[in-house]
Design a protein around this ligand. Structure first.
Ligand code: 13P
Length: 332
């Protein structure tokens, strides 16, 4: 058993309380590899933003959970080396799907876990979430739960359709489970294809897809039921057109990829939404940079020469999100 406190990590309790009061959101960036982690830590240290490092089940399978945990531990030291005196870094399990998985992360030094039992019937979601909360809270590990279903594909989690969170259920759910934060469904979705062309309109000038707006009325109703309770938005990549264009220009094929417009996320960040999950945007930045190098320098075979530019582009992306979208700069 390792406590996250020994590793210099923090849970989300204070981060979220401050974020709600201050009208900003904490970035939750997924990572699977060293370059992503370096870019996240550099961007957070330079902007002095609290940050949540997210590890999904797929990331654990890809990179090995032991290695990822030690990488997060190393990230705290790296942040200090970069001059960030008191790094506010949380290590979070994204979309845990069983008690055993959540328990193993708590025991292994994670400071926060998500139990995603949103696909189960309501009472089963409550029972499983409550079990995880009871265990995690013994070690002061915070727990995110989910009500409602997001559409889209993310690692091993997928659903064809979304079901908005029902505001009339949230008080009962939060009270009976004791969860620390609640991921809700208001129209965001996982991946780079968040909406089908049929769900969007087209900008007559550019021909680009314009996605439907998020259901802010549902968010408002949830906040009215649970005033001051930390709300989480998954599936919040914006799928920046510049990266999609770069990927397509250099031999990729991402037709009609579309995300959540940043002004909607900015609006959400000012509310009780205090954690915003971003994964796909970083994948797009990485791929765009690597494709560019491969297209322009076909003789290049040193991974540092294409992973390095990918890292730089991701760092730029993370800083942009922190400063211009979430507003968490200077808060740590
Ligand atoms: P995106 O696919 O929109 O980046 O969402 C990531 C996410 O919600 C991770 O849980």
């Amino acid at each position: 058993m390792v406590s996250y406190k020994e590793l210099g990590l923090v849970n989300t309790r204070e981060m979220f309380a401050k974020a709600i009061k201050g009208g900003y959101a904490i970035p939750a960036f997924n990572f699977n590899n060293m370059e992503q982690l370096q870019a996240i830590i550099k961007a957070s240290a330079e902007t002095k933003s609290p940050v949540i490092l997210q590890v999904s089940k797929g990331a654990r399978n890809y990179a090995n959970q032991t290695l990822l945990r030690y990488m997060a531990q190393g990230a705290v030291e790296y942040a200090k080396e970069l001059g960030w005196e008191h790094p506010q870094i949380c290590l979070h399990l994204d979309h845990g799907d069983s008690f055993e998985l959540c328990k193993s992360c708590v025991d292994f030094g994670f400071s926060s876990v998500m139990i995603d039992a949103s696909s189960l019937p309501y009472e089963e979601n409550i029972a499983l979430t409550k079990k995880v909360v009871e265990y995690a809270h013994k070690y002061d590990v915070t727990v995110e739960a989910e009500l409602g279903v997001l559409a889209g594909v993310e690692d091993e989690v997928s659903s064809a359709v979304s079901h908005y969170t029902k505001p009339e259920e949230v008080v009962d759910f939060a009270t009976r489970t004791g969860c620390d934060s609640l991921a809700i469904s208001i129209g965001t979705s996982h991946g780079a294809y968040k909406f089908t062309p049929e769900q969007c309109t087209r900008d007559p000038k550019t021909g680009k897809l314009v996605p439907p707006p998020l259901a802010f009325d549902v968010l408002d109703a949830i906040m009215e039921q649970l005033p001051g309770f930390p709300i989480v938005l998954h599936g919040s990549s914006s799928v920046p057109q510049e990266y999609v264009d770069m990927i397509n220009q250099y031999g990729g094929k991402l037709p009609d990829a579309v995300g959540i417009p940043e002004e909607q996320l900015r609006k959400a960040a000012k509310s009780a939404v205090c954690k915003i999950n971003i994964d796909s945007d970083s994948r797009l930045a990485f791929t765009a940079a690597v494709r560019k190098v491969f297209a322009e320098k076909p003789g290049e075979f040193d991974p540092r020469k294409y992973c390095g530019p990918a890292r730089d582009l991701m760092e730029e992306l993370y800083k942009h999100k922190i400063i211009n979208v979430l507003g968490s700069n200077g808060k740590a």
